[in-house]
Design a protein around this ligand. Structure first.
Ligand SMILES: Cc1cc2nc3c(=O)[nH]c(=O)nc-3n(C[C@H](O)[C@H](O)[C@H](O)COP(=O)(O)O)c2cc1C
Length: 363
């Protein structure tokens, strides 16, 4: 397992912890992952929801909370810290600004194609990585940046259909398990990005995530030219993840068949752990939404059946009557809550075992 670079940012291990809102990955998890040598990522979505007066001053609360979490993370580590921001958020620009001005190492952007380069990106040394689910989406973003800015994003995350949270694939393909495998998409993205590496004479790491749970998964996907992996679900059941113990226990108690797909008000399918609330949604029931602020640009808050932000916040606090957990397809595999350090040790061991096995097969 080698170190890798995103421009001048040197990262000891090719493991990136996926940003997990609302309040699953904050400074606690991110700084611990960074201390282990990976990139620790703070999720910006809904980050201000625990601030006083949140509902009256949402944008300000989110900015304050994000700044606090970045400062807290920095006080605990000298390792690499990133922030994950959804393009779909109403205050996307303001959150990107805070992250860049606070000097985070990298901003990861999900839920949309970030065609616009953040205004102050060039002024600071923050790296920028969009998250996509197809080679076509990568090509659109990279071509647009190349033409408009004569530069391209510093890395790209390709996320497969088994990921936790919002999923960039058609619901029918998720339910029928007919989406293209991540390894095939990743190999194509690597080829697509190589064109831009040649054109700009730089290395652009391709990072793969979504269903990468073990070091063995990691080793296999890296054989198609992926530089690093991004793992979300695996880090939820660590002592250091920033959610309630009930949320972690919900992962440990769930079975494979409990992990289902719902329609999220964000306009994408979402993967969640089934409970009575989820069954209500699946049955088409409505929960009244009292929205003072539309946190997602596209949310038709007067007509959506439930508020995704409230539901996720409630679950992170352990209230599963009024909420549910986002989870990756592999969430049922966690058997106990362990430390981030133990998780890294297990991943390394699994990786080297797979490497030995693959090399012995090749002889
Ligand atoms: C509980 C949970 C919350 C998540 N929240 C976000 C988020 O706020 N923004 C985002 O871009 N991705 C989010 N994700 C996706 C992760 O960042 C990561 O890309 C994904 O979990 C990788 O797939 P895996 O869970 O199979 O490892 C979330 C995933 C989980 C499990």
């Amino acid at each position: 397992m080698n170190s890798f670079k995103i421009k001048d940012l040197e990262v000891k291990l090719p493991i990136i912890q996926g940003g997990m809102g609302i309040g699953v990955s904050l400074s606690g998890l991110a700084s611990t992952v960074a201390n282990e040598g990976g990139i620790g990522v703070i999720a910006a979505v809904g980050i201000g929801m625990k601030e006083p007066d949140y509902k009256k001053h949402v944008e300000a609360a989110n900015k304050i909370a994000l700044k606090k979490e970045i400062i807290k993370a920095r006080s605990k580590t000298n390792g690499a810290i990133g922030v994950n921001i959804l393009l779909a958020l109403t205050d996307y620009d303001s959150l990107v600004n805070v992250a860049i001005e606070e000097g985070v190492d990298i901003v990861f952007v999900g839920a949309g194609l970030p065609l616009q380069m953040p205004a102050n990106l060039e002024k600071y040394n923050t790296k920028f990585a969009p998250k996509i689910s197809s080679p076509r989406a990568a090509k659109i973003i990279f071509n647009h940046w190349a033409e408009k800015y004569n530069r391209v994003p510093d890395a790209v995350v390709v996320e497969g259909s088994m990921c936790g949270g919002h999923v960039g694939f058609k619901k029918v393909d998720l339910i029928n398990r007919s989406a293209r495998p991540l390894i095939d998409i990743a190999a194509e993205v690597v080829r697509e990005i190589d064109h831009f590496q040649q054109k700009f004479g730089i290395a652009i790491p391709v990072i793969a995530g979504g269903g990468i749970y073990t070091g063995s998964d990691m080793y296999k996907i890296m054989q198609v030219g992926v530089t690093a992996v991004k793992m979300g679900t695996r880090f939820v059941t660590t002592h250091e993840s920033d959610v309630s113990i009930d949320f972690k226990q919900n992962y440990i108690n769930c079975k494979e068949e409990d992990i289902v797909i719902i329609d999220s008000p964000l306009g994408l399918p979402g993967r969640v752990i089934r409970n009575a609330f989820v069954d209500e949604i699946l049955a088409g029931k409505q929960r009244p939404v009292n929205c003072q602020w539309r946190c997602i640009k596209s949310c038709d808050f007067r007509n959506v059946p439930f508020c995704i932000a409230e539901a996720l916040l409630n679950s992170t606090k352990g209230d599963f009557e009024n909420g549910f957990s986002f989870a990756g397809s592999n969430a049922y595999r966690a058997k106990e809550i362990i430390s981030v350090h133990e998780t890294f040790e297990q991943i390394k061991q699994e990786y080297y075992q797979e490497k030995l096995f693959s090399e012995s097969k090749a002889i």
